[in-house]
Design a protein around this ligand. Sequence first.
Ligand code: FAD
Ligand code: A2P
Length: 287
Amino acid sequence: MTQLQNPSPLAALDQANKSLASHPKGGISAPDQVTVTAVTHWTDKLFSFQTDRPPGFRFQSGEFAMIGLVDDEGKAVTRAYSIASPHWDDHLEFYSIIVPDGPLTSRLRHVQIGDKIILRPKTTGTLGLARLRDGQRLYLLATGTGFAPFAALIRDPEIYERFEQVILVHGCRTIAELGYSQKIVADSRAHPLIGEMVTRQLHYVPSVTRENFTQTGRITTLLADRKLASSLSLPPLDPAFDRIMICGSIGLNQDIAAQLLEKNFHEGNLSSPGDYVIERAFVGDGI
Ligand code: FAD
Ligand code: A2P
């Protein structure tokens, strides 16, 4: 598999789309197909599925790939998807929204075990440890399907070697929308190989905004009011010690970045690792 050299994921996405567009009829060669091996529907708008993993398909935890289906005219319809499984796993996993009239997800929602889906071999993304300076604590802040890259990262032993504590905050509208992250965290804690480090070093903070729950409020509010830090008995965010990865809607990403800039956090990239990195969970204004 070829790793994209370009550090900008949106440029890479554009490049991936251009190469698809230039593919005659968007045709799919056999190596670009994987078989669905499991499907779970979490709510009427959210589902996850697993596929087999082609030999030689390599990626780093936190990256995304282009996946899709062939439409009725034989054309490939692909979209960016974070790979929710860690790089060491023998299968691939994805966590998906259902957009009622979405060109891909209105059909992807019906996938079943044994179906074939398209998986393009290039992977890329900004949510990589190489873009962050060393630190004591790593905050992973996600809303909605923005949890997907963190489902991979919290199962990657490297984050527990680089950071003493990992704080995963998943914000959703309702408790039911937390189902996938709750299951991934519970399974990771019980995993025979990584369970001990996950149990010792990962703090999981699910929060909802439109129902009563043990933790309520937007992530931005939890950060601004220092509720998050005080509920975990952690000091306020400090660029000397804390590193942050963010994955959500454009609004969330912008609002958290603004809060971090005020505190003198610097965005990281490959040539100059920094204090935080951001990836969009989707393009658009939300549904
Ligand atoms: P589209 O025409 O692509 O989208 C229609 C509209 O639906 C968008 O304009 C937007 O307003 C809304 N929308 C799209 N995706 C989402 C979403 N995830 N959450 C809330 N609103 C959304 N989607 C996933 O479900 N899981 C992922 O792991 C994932 N990873 C992504 C990684 C990157 C880097 C990017 C850029 C996008 C990612 N997406 C992910 C979004 C995905 O590429 C598609 O947009 C989504 O699957 C819907 O496809 P569609 O063709 O049905 O509708
Ligand atoms: P809220 O319910 O107050 O809008 P969505 O499903 O729209 O993507 O939202 C997922 C979660 O992200 C919701 O809890 C939502 O809160 C929250 N959210 C949406 N926009 C922002 C933002 N700009 N800053 C912080 N949280 C946000």
